[in-house]
Design a protein around this ligand. Sequence first.
Ligand code: ANZ
Ligand code: ZN
Length: 818
Amino acid sequence: MERYDPQELELKWQAWWEERGMYRAGGPDDPRPKFYALDMFPYPSGDLHMGHAEAFTIGDVIARYRWMRGYNVLHPIGWDAFGLPAENAAIQRGLHPREWTYANIAKQRETLRRLGYSFDWSRAFNTCDPEYYRWTQWLFLRFHERGLAYRKAAPVNWCPSCKTVLANEQVIQGRCERCDTPVTKRELTQWFLKITEYAERLLADLDLLEGWSEKVKTMQRNWIGRSEGADVVFEVEGVGPVTIYTTRPDTLFGATFFVFAPEHPAASALATRAGLEREFRAFLEEVRAETEVERLAVARKKKAFDLRARAINPVNGEAIPVFASDYVLMEYGTGAIMAVPAHDQRDFEFARENGLPIRVVVMPPGGGLDASTMTQAYEGEGTLVNSGPYDGLPSHEGKAAIVRDLQARGLASPAVRYRLRDWLISRQRYWGCPIPIMHCPRCGEVRVPDTELPVVLPEIKEYLPTPEGESPLARAEEWVRVACPSCGGEARRDTDTMDTFVDSSWYFFRYCSPREERPFDPAEVARWMPVDQYTGGIEHAILHLLYSRFFTKALYDMGLVPFTEPFPNLLNQGMVLYGGAAMSKSRGNIVEPREVIEKYGADTLRVTMLFAGPVEADVDWAAVSPEGVKRWLGRLWRTCLQALPRLPAPGTPPRGGSSLRRAVHRTVKEVTEDYETFSYNTAVAKLMSLLGVIQKEVTSAEPADLREALEFLILMLAPMAPHITEELWHRLGHEGSVHEASWPAFDPELAREEEVTLVVQVDGKVRERIRVAPTITAEEAERLALASPRVAQRLQGVRIVRVVCRPPGLVNIVTEGG
Ligand code: ANZ
Ligand code: ZN
């Protein structure tokens, strides 16, 4: 018998599909309902890795299943192609970042083809193509017009040894990736997008996203970090009124000191006033070397600087000492706090470290909290004590009362704050989308006119960032010098490039009409979007999704799109590991898709991935068996070839309710449910057992039944193993593609589980009969029996001694004295 040779037949069918342009999305006249199946697009850092193979396999199964269910599917692919690795590789190898990038794209494209994915290749693009980034720039200009893109001085990562700005990704545990020097902060003027203006909507609309996991929604909620509290004004000696932000105004009477962020202008003013300018500058330098995560950590020694001033607590006129410390951040709240050591853990640690008083003002429900003996702050609610007229109030009432009274004196107001900051998008790097702004000495910031887009990246020789923290684009002097479009005078181009997250915040719109002479055709976007299913890694749970949601809302406000959420349904696949750890060069545990394809074929790789476990779980490639899967596909192959001579012509209707037909229809019912819920591992298991049933009857079954069984099995496997199923479909006598065939429909009568009667007795007398599956377990039978109202009635007021279960036929309940 002819052997199963995946290499040959996979290449053959890939060529055939391409020739037929099979996976082109249908045009506006297509009568089928639309389905937009989107996969997170890859970054071309080399060839595809196993993580890509997993994600795209899942996305492909989703798309192919929808085609078979009669949808007009949009399943696009492209590349997120700007970014730092291209530049680093270019610096190391003396290549242009473009060469490196496009070479990797070509490699990945080839591997994606070889894996048999159903992409609409006619829509592919790269974010580094001028035809794409022209529209990234166009969108930036629209943001700029609305004040949603602006510049301000902000601290950036700075390596004092390399004398250069570093992107966050280049800071490894607080040190420079290149020379291992501790990274510090430096103030540079940077571009921001005003995502904070959308904080409330980004938070509220999470409730609309029913197709997202709670886990991802929680991560987004925490990132946005809404908190409610009050702004309260303290009079600070030598400074004047200073506003602090607190979530616990009920603890105001417990404030025993006051803390400024070291970067707060009042802090340096006070230090100067105390004659401590030099000391303060050294202190500030040390603080700038710390990361925000370090600064916010508890149980760590905090840097303290005594500013030798007093602040007046507005609730009782008490004068408390004023410090600067690294645990207060300039970018959150107002950059100044009242410290309540009894009820805030970091304040507590700071008080203990610096010998400051601790005063309990909230008594926990059990009482007994004593400042002299407590070992940690009590952060919960309770009853106010040591709080003057507010004593005895529950903390939430105390909160309201204190704010109300201070507000009447003009010293407080309720406030809502978000942890979310504006999005810093400028990079002082080469390989990114140039910011389409010019700086004119007379007119200030001038937008490049739309008609002059794209601002094309200039050619330069040296990609290293400059020692002044300027972008390498500043070296392209001819490119930088331009005539100001509004006054005609000499202006200079902005030399920063955009964060690659900007490129990926709108690519899914572009796929809807990728060759358009505008970012997208609104009619096509309205036709295809929102995305019906988005598939990708959990590592993008926060930033990419948040930025894309922000862009969508901003475009909605501009009247460019008719919806506010781009991805109502999100599926996050797990990671691919090897031997329990992430694959990495240093561990030497990398398996490449290419190797697996060469050894076993693409279908085996795909089915192995899907069979490995639930989609959300990690896949350990060391624990899976591509051999086993390939053997199984071989068995399917042989069973079909063996059956062929017995089969009637295609279309011969099977009749009757043979056990083979019942098994087939039940499998269709269950596997369909599995596809609907992305439960591909269980789907594969059911297809495997169905093949076992077919194999047993391959010589004996009614020929029409056998044809139906094989065809349904092939159809159900087609989205997962598209090549072998295409080959077998044709061998079974079909002319068209299996992927254009309809998903099999089951006959509910045949698919119905057989049922038997479970008799329930109480003390030997029949009290109930229940229809159950023949496979029912003893526990389930007992549960059903006890749940029956008629049985429950008999059991009222009596004690059960014993329950005898003989599934599926009998449950006997023995009662005391019965
Ligand atoms: C007094 C207080 C007493 C506080 C107490 C907490 C408990 P969330 O909930 O995350 O919004 N805080 C305010 N601004 C800060 C800054 N710039 N850097 C560091 N900490 C800051 O946190 C709000 C609380 O964090 C505020 O409420 C403030 O401490 C602190 F028993 O004020 B609280
Ligand atoms: Zn000008």
